[in-house]
Ligand binder design. Structure first.
Ligand code: IVH
Length: 677
């Protein structure tokens, strides 16, 4: 009887392992998950329970045994069965043509097929499988001997502990352990929330995670694996590298989905160009592509020189990260007065261009990264984003570095600085008195999505403000050809064109105009929402904070900014002047109030905390569609408060006033009923 039970448990455990392995294979190798995560978790829980009840059924390859080992005192060395080679590099098209010509001459053939692969930016590992079981995993080390990291590698879910199908008695798999960009960003976010130091880039994150003595730590890091070749294999392999990669996939080992077989150096270069184009859109860092002769008999014939195979080459991309020196830090004043520290760098070629400036975001960022003037810093430029300083090489300090300090006053206009704790920003209090803010406000006003004044570029705005011709945006419409033509580098014709463009821009729309005003936190979509709700400017101008918050997308902070903007007499004057100068738009009817029979007509509702099921903006819009007024603060008149997770003072206030509180589940349930009615 007992024996039957144990046999049943053994069978079930085997079945669960098979299913779990199958799901892993579909997820990591085929990139086609067959079940939702929750189902995977359910199977896993069942297996854990079964193994807890029957510890004798546990096997080393059970998916429950990925994290098992005790922390190590130190890493041990292992010898690779076949050396782990490195790759020669090509940096331009000529070097790729030379490579191909050299190989064709050596092989005495007219054409060579190459397998092209992304060159993943992680760290190389060798996995040894005996009879299909993962027995040893090691880092590259010096190529002959590496460090044993088996227990850490076992925690990487993409790496099978047991191979599928007809497996060789011995197999050394070579590949890259890496972290995806999304995994890296998410990991850093959590690390920072815990007060830990974030990783500088995904490569360092992967390397740091694999070299942990405690596998429990590694298990928490989002590591991935991609196989790109083999070392020693005690079995017959197919004749082409592309087929070997497929064989590895059949055995359950993930390899890149970006692999292609191409013809000759032209095929290689086309692949390089296509990958370079897609580089920023990928979810993993690559520092180039690799070309490998597809035919394995030709690989053997070509052999190797020093530590690199003759039959393969890495074609590098321009580096996206380089080291240079931080010469100084200046502070730029933005449109809303925020001071942004800008790093002045010793010129450095990175991401395909020479970079001399990089953003440092804000003072908190400088403190967090401990950046000092004179430091050797790592500069990153990816795609079209502004170059940034990712970290400091503290080991290169010589003691002569000095701290970055905030200037005592606005570097442009000398006004006092104020700290905005919430936005971790420092602002110039000069407002439009400050020429820097004025210039930015005018640039924004003229920009394409705002008033769209063609030909009014940044340089010209600087000139107009510096020459005292334009102090406010209204002054733009007071410019004439004569005044403009007097400016440096401005001919009669350009002056005429600009005046015509200004004239054209006067016929605009209310959303564009509102956006152009540059009200803090009012982007394009908020401007559109405000215009829809109020229909025209007078109604918006008179709206109080409470009324503003009825606009979908507008919370207490934005409402405050909008109200404060229109309360400022200077702003009202500029708007009047603009209208008097001919700026116009079509007004329309304000959005109709929800009908009086709506389920929540006339009730005031407060949202607080975080909802899991939908963003706050959506909850608000749906409540408003039901006729509710969504308010920012709780009072006796509040019909009810919807409290998501981490609700704070508003929840306390509701309890104190005896206002009804709905948790998220209550809310969703009632929402379904109201929306059905
Ligand atoms: S093949 C036989 N293929 O680049 C040649 N390496 O400098 C051995 N790497 O240590 C390497 N992606 O860490 C190869 N698709 C790929 C690769 C790749 C990244 C790394 C690997 C190796 C280094 C060679």
């Amino acid at each position: 009887m007992a024996q039957e039970r144990i046999a049943a448990a053994r069978n079930r455990a085997a079945e669960l392992r098979r299913e779990l392995d199958e799901h892993n294979y579909r997820y990591y190798v085929l990139d086609a998950p067959s079940v939702p995560d929750a189902e995977y978790d359910r199977l896993m829980r069942e297996l854990v329970e079964l193994e807890t009840r029957h510890p004798e059924l546990v096997t080393t390859e059970s998916p429950t045994q990925r994290v098992g080992a005790e922390p190590l005192a130190a890493f041990t060395e292992v010898e690779h069965l076949e050396p782990m080679l490195s790759l020669g590099n090509a940096f331009d098209a000529q070097e790729v043509h030379d490579f191909d010509r050299r190989l064709r001459e050596l092989l005495d053939v007219v054409e060579i097929d190459y397998v092209t692969e992304p060159k993943l930016d992680g760290l190389a590992v060798s996995l040894t499988y005996h009879d299909g079981r993962l027995t040893v995993a090691a880092t590259r080390g010096d190529g002959r001997r590496g460090e044993e990291v088996t227990q850490n590698v076992r925690t990487i879910r993409g790496i099978p502990l047991r191979l599928r199908g007809d497996v060789p008695p011995l197999l050394e798999v070579r590949g890259e352990v890496f972290m995806t960009r999304s995994g890296f960003v998410e990991y850093n976010r959590q690390a920072e929330a815990r007060g830990e130091k974030p990783f500088v880039n995904p490569r360092n994150a992967a390397a740091g995670s694999l070299r942990q003595l405690d596998p429990v730590v590694t298990a928490q890091r989002p590591l991935n694996f991609c196989a790109y070749g083999v070392g020693r294999v005690d079995a017959e392999l197919p004749g082409r590298h592309s087929e070997v990669l497929q064989r590895l996939r059949d055995w359950g080992l993930p390899s890149s989905g970006e692999v292609e077989v191409v013809c000759g150096s032209d095929g290689c270069l086309a692949y390089h160009a296509a990958m370079l184009e897609r580089r920023d859109a990928l979810d993993f860092d690559i520092d180039g592509v690799v070309y490998k002769v597809d035919r394995r008999d030709w690989q053997t014939e070509l052999g190797q020189v020093a530590r690199a195979p003759r039959w393969a080459i890495a074609h590098k991309f321009p580096a996206q990260e380089e080291l240079t020196r931080l010469l100084d830090v200046d502070f730029q004043v933005g449109r809303t007065g925020v001071l942004t520290p800008v790093a002045r760098l010793e010129p450095v070629f990175v991401g395909g261009v020479t970079v001399t400036n990089a953003t440092l975001h804000n003072m908190d960022e400088i403190a967090r990264k401990d950046v000092r003037i004179g430091d050797t810093v790592s500069v990153r430029r990816a795609g079209d984003v502004i170059p940034e300083i990712v970290g400091v090489v503290a080991e290169r300090r010589d003691g002569g570095e000095r701290a970055v300090e905030l200037p005592p006053a606005c570097p442009v206009c000398g006004s006092a600085l104020v700290r905005d704790e919430e936005a971790s920003a420092v602002r110039c209090s000069g407002g439009l008195y400050c020429p820097a803010q004025r210039k930015q406000a005018i640039r924004h006003f003229a920009s394409r999505l705002a008033m769209d004044i063609e030909g009014l570029g940044d340089k010209l705005v600087d000139q107009l403000v510096d020459a005292g011709l334009v102090a406010s945006v209204a002054d733009l419409y007071r410019l004439d050809v004569e005044a403009l033509a007097g400016l440096e580098r401005m001919g009669e014709k350009s002056a005429q064109n600009l005046v015509a463009a200004l004239e054209r821009s006067k016929a605009t729309t209310l959303p564009r105009f509102l956006f152009a005003l540059g009200i803090r936190e009012v982007g394009e979509s908020t401007a559109r929402a405000l215009a829809t709700q109020f229909g025209d400017l007078p109604a918006l101008r008179e709206a109080d904070v409470e009324a503003l918050q009825q606009v979908p997308d507008v919370g207490p902070v934005v409402a405050q900014h909008v109200a404060a903007f229109f309360a400022e007499s200077h702003n009202r004057e500029v708007i009047e002047a603009l209208r008097a100068l001919g700026v116009r738009w079509q007004s329309h009817e304000p959005r109709p109030a929800a009908d009086a029979d709506a389920p929540l007509a006339g009730s005031s509702v407060v949202l607080t905390g975080t909802l899991e099921a939908m963003p706050r903006t959506e909850a608000k819009a749906r409540l408003q569609a039901l006729g509710a007024k969504v308010a920012g603060s709780v009072s006796k008149k509040t019909a009810f408060v919807i409290a998501g997770s981490e609700a704070g003072s508003k929840l306390a206030k509701a309890t104190e006033l005896g206002v009804e509180v709905l948790d998220e589940a209550d809310f969703l349930e009632r929402l379904a009923i109201w929306e059905r009615d």
